[in-house]
Write a protein of this length. Structure first.
Length: 342
């Protein structure tokens, strides 16, 4: 197998403001893995907190090239991915780009969509959230107009004007919302106070309210919270799921955090076994990585896969949304077609 890659930058339609600051763009790397004339596509998206960038991904993919060059078939996908994973402890987005491309390649070789390879039905795919970042009321009103076709919203909180944001949204729409704090609340007592207030605002759940690794505080909060508490930054790989049982009610699984579809599927099945809820999420990604994640969405309670809707320069056609409903196509693999040469 032959791997090639291309660094790229995605630009947001609106500045993306979270508790950590403002972002207007994000680095990505696209991968192609070719075998006998068939090409699988992958993507690595790198938010700052993952610690990856164009240079680190390129360095990892150069190692992965040598591994893949030894394989002339894709029959042992799990073995290939385990070898790729063993190349380095971190680099999860880089690993995900290889995983996605290999799943796309396998689907094309076997002429199967990935969702069917995982034993799932495309009609079971859920709605996706549409994300609204932290912003001024007048900007939120504009964003709500763009979000009109979507039936559930995701709201970023963790700033000094959290209640103003929710009140602005509730003055315009009563759509159900989820709240993502991105570690923005620092004290558990304040978090509990906010969650009680949010419970009267048609909120579905609260995601990562406290800084990561404060599991005792989250457990305290979870015992008292009227809303489900979902882990994001506190969950990354398979082993984390078991550790969070009884501390969080559910987990947000993202391909870029966990190394791709293979690991994400294992995590989802484990969470289900433990009675935990599952949200599949994304970073700032094109339809390549999001279409890959969408293949697993029928396993999930919720999906936050609006990445392509929030960027200016999507490079792929893939998963579609009808009034917010995830619509998987029947193309083999992850179901994407590049819209321009990569």
């Amino acid at each position: 197998m032959r791997l090639t890659y291309l660094p790229h930058t995605l630009y947001f339609k609106h500045p993306f403001i979270i508790a950590h600051g403002m972002r207007t763009s994000t680095p990505v790397v696209f991968t192609e893995i070719e075998l006998d004339g068939v090409i699988g596509y992958g993507e690595a998206s790198m938010p700052p907190y993952l610690g990856e960038n164009h240079e680190t991904v390129a360095a990892f993919l150069n190692k992965a090239k040598d591994v893949l060059a030894r394989y002339t078939t894709i029959d042992d996908l799990s073995g290939i991915l385990n070898e790729i994973d063993s190349l380095d402890k971190n680099n999860t987005a880089a690993k995900a780009s290889v995983d996605i491309a290999l799943h796309d390649l396998l689907g094309k070789i076997t002429n199967k969509p990935c969702y069917s390879m995982f034993g799932l039905k495309k009609q079971d795919a859920p709605l996706t959230f549409y994300t609204l970042g932290i912003d001024k009321p007048e900007v939120l009103v504009e964003k709500l107009r763009e979000a009109e076709p979507y039936r559930i919203l995701k709201i970023k909180l963790g700033s000094d004007n959290d209640k103003e944001i929710i009140n602005t949204i509730r003055s315009i729409t009563d759509k159900p919302i989820s709240v993502d704090v991105n570690q923005g609340w620092k004290e558990k007592e304040y978090a509990l106070e906010m969650i009680h207030w949010l419970s009267g605002q048609h909120v579905l759940f609260v995601e990562q309210p406290l800084p990561k690794n404060r599991l005792d505080d989250v457990a305290w909060l979870n015992e008292r919270s009227p809303l489900d508490i979902i882990a994001d930054e506190d969950v990354q790989r398979f082993d984390d799921v078991q550790k969070l049982q009884g501390i969080y009610k559910g987990v947000n699984i993202k391909l870029m955090k966990c190394t791709g579809l293979f690991e994400a599927n294992r995590m989802m099945l484990k969470a289900r076994e433990l009675g935990m809820k599952v949200l599949i999420g994304c970073m700032s990604e094109t339809s390549c990585a999001v279409s890959a994640a969408a293949q697993l969405s029928p396993l999930c309670d919720w999906a936050d896969l609006d990445g392509p809707l929030l960027i200016k320069n999507n490079c792929f056609e893939g998963v579609q949304f009808e009034l917010g409903k995830i619509v998987l196509n029947d193309l083999p693999g992850i179901g994407v077609v590049p819209t321009k040469a990569l």
